[in-house]
Design a protein around this ligand. Structure first.
Ligand SMILES: [Zn+2]
Length: 482
């Protein structure tokens, strides 16, 4: 028996971040009661006509461009016919040919360090179905159509993945990208990002693909990994015992960690796709494409090299990149006070942890970029000590006030008043005759110890530079003019 090699492809469904449904004005937000966000269109009343949501087309275009695919200027909606109780029209409105996007892909870094490009076959628009809810008490199944008509994009990969690990890495990277672009909110537990997995085995190196099975509707990265590993073991077992793998659609039972058949697999022709006569072709104008291209944030690779050129440390860089909304906030702050290293440190050590704790995105924080920039400037100019900055930060974050006002109110500004500094310096010199003698005998390094003592005397309020000058004036009287 030759070594068998898994061949895996994914069909990812991402719910688009729109306020309303794909073909009507019903809200996409969660409703408290079943069947409240519905109308004639999404409830499939005869004669009701759908109207396409422009925002959905814009978001799909954004995803296609970011994934390096081709945006088709002209695409068509088709009816995908099947019966299911939560599908009131008796068909799903989807795209067969041409879809809104073709090609593209994502680059993965394998554990060996080598890179692998996972190609996309297509990206298309479609609407979601409602939900069947089983009422255990009354032993009946009820239909909730609140979700019916919610806009989705389906992202279909080529069968370029070879292990559960690659599949999970791909999904995580794809989700991060789409969330960063605000194409989807991507909440897995809400089913806003879910996928079907196609999987088959073939003898290593063989160009012919084996019979594949499809595992439906996985909405957790862990389940995707478990389902793929289970299916690889199951299919290997069948081949080894001389049995055939049957083309099937499977359900993954996460409690038993195994797949179970749902139905024998359909082909495209089983759905009797035909062009949806109620909708005109989808057109993506050159203007829309240009607007989308301009609105795209830098790719992850471009952002990383931009941050490297600013001299940010790897840790600071990762922190900013992986925090949703942080790169934009960082850029805005940088425009006001262009000191990337100091700002990067403030973001990583103070601002982002505070955002996480408050459950806020950077853009929602009361502390605006101008005031964070001001804080960095006060530190850079020596008007505020690091310790004082840490001390006022919680208040600053909670109130969003100007740091200068807060520092004055709390009396935290560094003291650079020469009378006060001379007093502290004199007291330190008097208290440390041995160190003073060493300094005057030529051990100039001991000065930093004495500066430290002045800082201590002043409870951190002295400006260290001015303290050094005050000490030097006392210890080197010959330097004094006159
Ligand atoms: Zn509706």
């Amino acid at each position: 028996m030759p070594n068998l090699e898994p061949v895996i492809g994914l069909e990812v469904h991402a719910q688009l971040n729109t306020r309303t449904k794909l073909f009507c004005a019903c809200p996409t937000s969660p409703a408290e009661e079943p069947n409240t966000y519905i109308c004639e269109v999404c409830a499939g009343h005869p004669g009701a006509l759908p109207r396409l949501n422009d925002k959905a087309v814009e978001l799909a275009t954004k995803a296609i461009v970011a994934l390096g695919g081709q945006v088709n200027a002209y695409s068509l909606f088709s009816r995908k016919n099947y019966f299911y109780p939560d599908l009131p029209n008796g068909f799903q409105t989807s795209q067969l040919d041409p879809p809104v996007g073709s090609g593209g892909g994502l680059r993965l870094t394998l554990p060996t360090g080598t890179e692998k490009y996972i190609r996309l076959n297509r990206i298309h628009l479609e609407d979601d179905a409602g939900k069947c809810v089983h009422d255990e008490k009354r032993d009946r199944t009820l239909v909730d159509l609140n979700r019916a008509g919610t806009p989705l994009i389906e992202i279909v990969t080529e069968p370029d993945l070879s292990s559960s690990r690659e599949a999970v890495d791909f999904l995580k990277k794809l989700r991060n990208l789409l969330v960063r672009l605000e194409v989807t909110r991507g909440r897995l537990e809400e089913g806003e990002f879910r996928c079907d997995v196609n999987i088959s085995l073939k003898p290593q190196g063989s160009p012919t693909l084996g019979v594949r099975t499809e595992i439906k509707n996985l909405n957790s990265f862990r389940f995707v990994g478990q389902a793929i590993d289970y299916e690889i073991r199951r299919q290997t077992g069948l081949y080894e015992s001389g049995q055939a793998v049957e083309q099937q659609t499977l359900h993954f039972d996460h409690l038993k960690a195994e797949t179970r058949p749902l139905r024998s697999k359909e082909e495209a022709h089983d759905y009797r796709y035909f062009p949806q006569p109620d909708l005109p072709p989808v057109r993506v104008s050159p203007e829309l494409l240009a607007t989308v291209e301009k609105s795209l944030p830098l790719s992850l690779e471009a952002l990383t090299s931009h941050y490297q050129s600013l001299g940010l440390k790897a840790e600071v860089m990762e922190n900013i990149i992986n925090h949703h909304g942080a790169p934009t906030y960082f850029e805005e702050t940088l425009k006001i006070f262009p000191d990337p290293k100091r700002l990067g440190t403030l973001m990583t050590e103070l601002f982002l942890p505070a955002c996480r704790q408050a459950g806020l995105e950077p853009g929602q924080a009361l502390l605006r970029p101008a005031h964070l920039a001001k804080l960095a400037q006060l530190l850079a100019e020596g008007q505020l000590g690091k310790r004082a900055a840490y001390e006022i930060f919680p208040d600053l974050f909670a109130s969003g006030s100007n740091p200068e006002t807060l520092i004055q109110a709390k009396g935290l500004a560094l003291v650079s008043d020469s009378a006060a500094l001379s007093d502290w310096a004199r007291a330190v010199v008097a208290a440390h005759p041995a160190e003073v003698a060493k300094y005057q005998a030529g051990q100039k390094k001991i000065l930093s110890f004495l500066v430290g003592q002045v800082m201590r005397q002043s409870h951190g309020a002295a400006d260290p530079q001015k303290a050094t000058q005050a000490l030097e004036a006392l210890l080197n009287p010959t330097d004094q003019p006159g």
